[in-house]
Write a new protein. Structure first.
Length: 398
């Protein structure tokens, strides 16, 4: 047996703690607004990210670009998809439109994380472009209201959660390369922001993510390229009541949307981007927008504007705790089919992981929120028996 293999077999036989013990949150310390709920814009086939080939757009001398359907991974993919849109715009300017950026008007429809990041990346690439962001959640005075979007609700873990399954195509193994490319592009932007030392302004923080060893971590294992986040380490979990429980740890990032979204709005204002209150109802209305390039970043709203989007709302609830001890780790991939996660953010701690195929936001009881909270509390009090792994239903193998 080689030295490396011997060392690895010893590590498995004699697992070491994954680090010094970390504090457990006070699960009874609920934040003032402790119940949150949102609808993930899940799309069969993955993110709709391309240029519309319709004859009506060519006739109108317009370019219509789509960027919607990010499911539970929009915070993760926003910069990557924005970078891809920038490439589409670059090509359109040089070919179909044959115009310089200075003479080009772009309308970005949608002011969630996808619309804001798309507008911001376009202005960073070509400051001469005239960019307007249009959305329902802009007030009459032109002030965007990011608090009213799904993006605001997101926990903010950097991982292509659940959506990665749409890229797992056994007949077309390269499809995962498309997702990996988008993750890499987002990662590149994170690194640029970090190099400038302004990551805190964008809600970005380094985080270690801990999971139970026998949990389904395919989202990380398959959806995250290893050059972005290296393989997980195995060992004993560094929490008092879990200190004999086998787990895994890997480095990733938190991108807190409650910090990121206002920052993107202020970047756009500083770059002279105008916000306009506008509700689009049909494809014809979209194409009629007075701009050369129209980018549809309306999330779930796209299903009301266009036929056949493949969008499905998936409801997720969050319980918010106070983070008085400034805890700074993530715990996710817990509880098998009763998925559970907990993200310690800059100012709060969010517990989530519910995955309900419904668009109904009303009628959620306090009990349903507190049950989620108690599930994670249970894990952290050492009761992991309810959290044994269940087989993934998205795998290609039987
Ligand atoms: C509970 C929960 C937890 C999550 N956690 C994470 C996470 O940890 N990591 C992660 O990466 N992602 C996470 N997500 C997913 C993430 O929130 C979404 O993928 C992302 O917010 C989608 O962004 P968006 O800009 O497409 O949509 P939205 O934020 O919904 O924005 C859509 C915009 O379009 C506008 N609009 C819609 N329809 C129209 C119309 N007809 N006319 C004009 N404007 C319109 C809206 O007003 C809004 O401005 C989570 C989601 C939920 C619900």
């Amino acid at each position: 047996m080689s030295f490396a293999a011997l060392a690895s077999s010893r590590a498995m036989a004699d697992p070491q703690p994954l680090g010094p013990l970390l504090n457990t949150p006070d699960f009874d310390r609920l934040a003032p607004e402790w119940r949150r709920v949102g609808l993930r814009p899940y799309r069969k086939g993955g993110v709709k990210l391309d240029i519309d080939p319709g004859a009506d757009t060519v006739q109108a001398r317009k370019v219509l670009i789509y960027n919607y359907g990010h499911g539970g991974a929009g915070i993760t993919l926003a910069w990557g998809c924005a970078d891809q849109v920038k490439d589409f715009v670059d090509t359109a300017l040089r070919t179909r439109l044959q115009k310089p950026p200075k003479q080009t008007r772009v309308a970005v429809v949608g002011a969630g994380v996808i619309g804001l990041a798309t507008a911001a990346e376009l202005k960073r690439w070509a400051p001469d472009l005239t960019v307007t962001v249009m959305a329902e959640n802009v007030d009459a005075a032109g002030n965007p209201m990011p608090q009213s979007t799904t993006s605001w609700i997101a926990g903010g873990q950097f991982e292509p959660s659940a959506l990665w399954r749409e890229y797992q195509d056994c007949d077309h193994p390269c499809k995962m390369d498309i997702l990996h490319d988008l993750v890499r592009r987002s990662h590149r932007r994170i690194q640029q922001i970090k190099a400038l030392g302004i990551q805190g302004d964008y809600g970005i923080a380094d985080r270690t993510n801990y999971i139970l060893a026998n949990e389904d971590d395919e989202g990380f294992a398959l959806g995250m390229p290893r050059d972005v986040v290296p393989a997980a380490q195995t060992g004993l979990l560094p929490f008092a009541k879990l200190a004999t429980v086998a787990g895994k740890a890997y480095a990733t990032w938190l991108i807190n949307p409650t910090i990121l979204l206002p920052r993107l709005v202020s970047d756009l204002r500083a770059a002279s981007v105008r916000f306009e209150k506008r509700k689009l109802r049909t494809r014809a209305e979209l194409i009629a927008i007075d701009a050369d390039i129209i980018i549809n970043c309306t999330g779930l709203g796209a299903a009301k504007i266009l036929p056949g989007t493949g969008l499905t709302p998936i409801r997720g609830q969050l319980v918010v705790l106070q983070n008085t001890d400034k805890l700074d780790y993530l715990f996710s991939g817990g509880c098998g089919n009763k998925s559970a996660y907990m993200f310690c953010r800059q100012d709060d701690i969010v517990i989530g992981g519910t995955f309900d195929y419904t668009a109904n936001l009303s009628g959620l009881t306090d009990k349903s929120y507190l049950t989620m909270r108690d599930r994670v509390k249970d894990i952290f009090s050492g009761n992991v028996s309810a959290c044994n792994s269940t087989p993934s239903n998205g795998a290609c193998h039987p």
